[in-house]
Design a protein around this ligand. Sequence first.
Ligand code: GRF
Length: 188
Amino acid sequence: MKLAVLLSGRGSNFAAIHEAIADRRLDAQIATVISNRADAAGLARAKDCGYDAHAIPHRDYPTRAAHEEEVLRVLALHEPDYIVLAGYMRLLSPTFVAAYPNRILNIHPSLLPSFPGVDAQAQALRHGVKISGCTVHLVDENLDAGPILVQRAVPVVDGDTVESLSARILDQEHEAYVEALQKLKSKT
Ligand code: GRF
């Protein structure tokens, strides 16, 4: 199972997947890592791990379509089975999604369909929910929608801040992404 990882930042979900592959908990390979930010810590980590890793900064392209075209061109070189969005902070156009139908995964730090979009953990705290968590789902043309593959719940506790809740959810994200990929692998 060949994966391509798209990320924009820290890359802890990428690292969790990398470690699961290295520990043989996940039978997959990461064919390429692409970031829309040249300074993403996750991109540096991917390079350190010896992966084929590319910065394709969206700001270098006149339009969203032109940027996506370049990302799609690089992806196609690697013929990935799945595209793994791991903190990739760009909306994908319907054209992009159509290039890999039901083969793009995303992770979101809430129990979808609650709290899609940005600042999911802050939204959860504002609403006063007592349980939150994370969701791995297939990507369709709508934001943070698409069929759910795995969810993991965490408690929201008194005194939680965005930081403390985010950290609790992030621990579960790392497990959930590996579990979702293991599930997909078992179906191939
Ligand atoms: C995670 O919270 C993920 O759910 C969200 O962006 C964050 C990425 O974290 N989509 P990292 O870059 O994988 O550490």
